[in-house]
Design a protein around this ligand. Structure first.
Ligand SMILES: CC(C)(COP(=O)(O)OP(=O)(O)OC[C@H]1O[C@@H](n2cnc3c(N)ncnc32)[C@H](O)[C@@H]1OP(=O)(O)O)[C@@H](O)C(=O)NCCC(=O)NCCS
Length: 188
């Protein structure tokens, strides 16, 4: 198994895995390819026998999957946008989970964000209807939490944007746990 930075050649595969396992819909695919074309798309991928098995991607700026203007304004007023990276997609194949691979993807991404002049990492984490937040523990402790908010029903309008939840389908009951970390390197 290998972990390496994503390149523009990986975007098609990342979109395809996102459609299969994460949020589905043309809107998501369009947003991802637009970000990739603008050069504002970074991250790391996991490969096994030449096959992509996971990734963590992020982009510079403050952005949510769906419009949440109040929270966007609140976060934008507190953190300079040029110092913020927002997590985009986070996925590890089910056969490889719970081995620390997600955490390693986050560690490498954190190091790269700091090198890129980032100071804050904004995460919009899915809270499944059973209350589980799969992305939380793999990304814990990479910095100080400087903002956090649990928003029930965050994805309620997903279907209006042509998107579909991997757990609930069109009628999404998932919430989001929104967190901003002030990133810290291992030596700090
Ligand atoms: C979120 C996701 C990427 C995490 O990937 P992962 O490789 O399993 O992440 P990690 O292994 O670093 O951590 C996951 C869990 O395994 C545990 N773990 C890590 N190393 C371990 C090991 N060697 N042995 C046993 N457990 C281990 C972690 O403590 C963590 O446990 P917890 O969540 O119960 O606290 C993966 O679960 C996933 O793709 N989920 C579906 C998509 C999704 O929900 N994405 C996030 C959208 S916001």
């Amino acid at each position: 198994m290998e972990i390496s930075p994503i390149t523009s050649d990986d975007i098609t595969q990342i979109i395809s895995l996102t459609m299969e396992h994460l949020t589905r819909g043309d809107y998501v695919a369009d947003m991802m390819s637009q970000s990739a074309q603008s050069g504002n798309y970074f991250g790391f991928k996991v490969e096994e026998d030449g096959e992509m098995k996971g990734f963590l991607t992020y982009k510079r700026g403050i952005e949510f999957t769906l419009p949440h203007p109040e929270m966007l304004e609140e976060i934008s007023s507190r953190f300079p946008e040029k110092e913020v990276f927002t997590g985009d997609s986070f996925y590890v194949d089910s056969s490889l989970r719970r081995r620390g691979i997600g955490r390693e993807l986050m560690r490498l991404s954190r190091d790269r964000m700091l090198q890129q002049g980032g100071r804050y990492f904004l995460e919009e984490m899915w809270v499944y209807p059973d209350g589980k937040i799969p992305a939380k523990s793999p990304t814990d402790n990479f910095g100080e939490t400087v903002y956090e908010r649990l928003v029930p029903g965050f994805y309620r309008e997903l279907h209006r944007y042509g998107m579909c939840c991997p757990v609930c389908g069109e009628d999404c009951r998932c919430g989001a746990f929104v967190r901003v970390l002030e990133l810290k390197g291992d030596s700090e």
